[in-house]
Write a protein that binds this ligand. Structure first.
Ligand code: PLP
Length: 381
């Protein structure tokens, strides 16, 4: 099996048989000519399949070490497909510290279709096991979590699911397949918001699911077509292009984040830093066991409250104050007001999303310039 760096460049893609074009063409077409009714070359209609999408799906599967890959028009559309594997009356055990939109689709969309959810602190795997009911059909976790950077022990979660015949799924967006490969650890389904690290250039919204089981794949492939939340050919082209540098980008994100995290930890205006690569992280040992690096996301508490956080965030210059993460450029945001505003205030308090909490997506710029910009912002408080 070629190395990750090689797969990122080559997996799933071949020179175009007709022209020799080395890069996958953008097949900007909705339909395909058939020789006779039903006699086609594998492509009938672009909701079902598209030749720019197919190599992307194969490449993603290779990067996660999975047999199958499917892409969707957003990360949430990918999660919606997983939820559509379930039926009215089914129960889901989910981590309580999830991307805000994930919690929203669970509680405000899927709950209305008759699914029920138990949210537990999944960093304690025993709490996950204890929340299982006879109707539980899915365990859904995120690791590292957004924004608290808690880790979930994936081997243990996989074992809990396997021993009880419950499907397990993980949102691997924060780690990317470069730093964490949940299929190897026994998880059934891996999901990504490709909008973040996988595409990596903040110019596409897309999601994906990777898995081994042929039967579940068949059902998800059916749902991809039946629901129709598929990405456009141009976006698939951009994602394929972004993926070619995934290994290089993740390496740099990781190096920069490690330096920024250590710098923040020693800063007099910082109360606490959460980064799995720091020895002070409560699950530092688990990070070393299940991840090959800690990634580019850092969460920290500034000393003070909302006022200090606001002033700090308004003073950065190079780093954009924006939602999202995982792009080549550094981004910073205030979870309580921005990404996690849809999470009820009492839940935010419970999981620790306080008003002095700041989330930083460390880009691939010069780390010195990132630190300079942060130092300038600290000077304003
Ligand atoms: C952004 C994000 C999502 C949602 O993905 P979209 O592409 O925005 O639909 C899900 N999980 C995590 C961890 C995310 O960061």
């Amino acid at each position: 099996m070629p190395a990750f760096e090689t797969l990122a460049v080559h997996a799933g893609v071949h020179p175009d048989p007709e022209t020799g074009a080395v890069m996958t063409p953008i097949y900007q077409t909705s339909t395909y000519a058939q020789r006779a009714p039903g006699d086609h070359r594998g492509y009938e209609y672009s909701r079902t399949d598209n030749p720019t999408r197919t190599p992307l799906q194969r490449c993603l599967a290779a990067l996660e070490g999975a047999r199958h890959g499917l892409v969707f028009s957003s990360g949430l559309a990918a999660i919606d497909a997983v939820l559509n594997l379930l039926s009215e009356g089914d129960h889901v055990v989910a981590g309580d510290d999830l991307y805000g939109g994930t919690r929203r689709i669970f509680t405000q969309v899927a709950a209305r279709r008759g699914l029920s959810f138990s949210f537990v602190p999944a960093q304690d795997a025993q709490r996950v096991a204890d929340a299982i009911q006879p109707a539980t059909r899915l365990i859904w976790v995120e690791t590292p979590t957004n924004p608290m950077l808690n880790l979930v022990d994936l081997r243990t979660i996989a074992e809990i699911g396997r021993s009880r015949g419950i499907l397990t799924g993980v949102d691997n967006t924060f780690a990317s397949p470069y730093y964490q490969r949940p299929i190897d650890l026994g998880l059934d389904i891996v999901m990504h918001s490709m909008t973040k690290y996988i595409n990596g250039h903040s110019d596409v919204v897309m999601g994906c699911l990777m898995l081994n089981d042929d039967d579940t794949y068949g059902r998800l492939k059916f749902l991809q077509n039946a629901i129709g939340a598929v990405p456009a050919p141009m976006d698939c082209f951009l994602a394929l292009r972004g993926i070619k540098t995934l290994a290089l980008r993740m390496q740099r994100h990781g190096e920069n984040a490690a330096r920024v995290a250590a710098w923040l930890e020693s800063h007099p205006k910082v109360e606490r830093v959460l980064y799995p690569g720091l020895p002070s992280h409560p699950q530092h040992a688990l990070a070393a066991r299940q991840m090959s690096g800690s990634g580019g996301m850092i969460t920290f508490f500034v000393k003070g409250g909302l006022d200090e956080a606001r002033r700090f965030l308004s003073a950065v210059e190079m780093i954009a104050l924006a939602e999202s993460l995982g792009g080549v450029e550094s981004l910073i945001e205030h979870p309580a007001i921005m990404t996690h505003a849809s999470v009820p205030p009492e839940v935010r308090r419970e999981i620790g999303v306080h008003d002095n909490l700041i989330r930083l997506s460390v880009g691939i710029e010069s780390v010195d310039d990132i630190v300079t910009d942060l130092e300038r912002a600290f000077a304003s408080i």
